[in-house]
Design a protein around this ligand. Structure first.
Ligand code: CA
Length: 229
């Protein structure tokens, strides 16, 4: 049974989330402030964390940062207030994987959580399939219905990163650091050009991308069709 830790100080919200996750068959542990939440994360090593940002004692950003500092890599989904893009970017850069904006659909949160947990069980793969595409990591090859699609080395690395981080909201900074490295002098906005190039090769309709989605004000998210959303 997979364990979900919910860190939320609003009693009604916490109860609603707990009931819903338990109903789906998860073991649920809860915490009502950041300090208790951090301890529960470190002691209980949950499989997934739902983390409110505005919390007593230690705020959600700090909780997130401290969890990652301990090398715990379970998915963290932040609960955020509307219209706070810079706050969302901050949380993602501190190690959160995704966010939902209050008021959110519990159904969507459950679906995203299930997708994260499923991918976590699967672990890293040698071959990833999305739509009719097949990305062979070891063979450094992308094919569409068996036919090879030419990618530059950087395009391949970018696609590999997206595919391995499927379902995660990725900021430009995260993408830059992972694909180009910290010591590289590429402007975060240059990523947009690479994404446009990549889309031209894998998106049937570049103006309505279905795999690499733009998250306005934040960054990108790779969403394979089987991600359950
Ligand atoms: Ca709160």
């Amino acid at each position: 049974m997979e364990t979900v830790l919910i860190i939320e100080d609003e009693a009604a919200m916490l109860r609603g989330l707990k009931d819903n996750f338990e109903f789906k068959g998860y073991r649920v542990i809860t915490a009502v402030d950041g300090e208790a939440g951090l301890n529960a994360a470190l002691d209980g090593k949950p499989d997934l964390i739902i983390l409110d940002i505005m919390l007593p004692k230690i705020n959600g950003y700090e909780v997130c940062r401290l969890i990652r500092q301990e090398n715990l890599d379970m998915p963290i989904i932040m609960l955020t207030a509307k219209g706070q893009e810079s706050d969302i970017v901050l949380g993602l850069n501190l190690g959160a994987d995704d966010y939902v904006t209050k008021p959110f659909s519990i159904k969507e949160l459950l679906a995203r959580s299930a997708a994260f947990l499923r991918r976590r069980r699967q672990g890293e793969q040698d071959v990833y399939e999305f739509g009719k595409y097949r990305l062979d990591i070891a063979g450094r090859k992308l094919t569409y219905r068996g036919e090879e699609i030419e990618l530059s080395p950087k395009e391949f690395e970018l696609l590999e990163y997206f595919v391995k981080k499927a379902g995660r909201a990725l900021t430009r900074d995260e993408i830059l650091n992972a694909v180009w490295g910290y010591d590289c002098f590429v402007a975060p906005r240059s990523i947009d050009r690479f994404v446009t190039m990549l889309r031209s090769k894998i998106e049937p309709d570049q103006h309505r991308p279905t795999f690499i989605r733009t998250i306005r004000g934040i960054g990108y998210k790779f969403e394979p069709p089987e991600s359950g959303r």
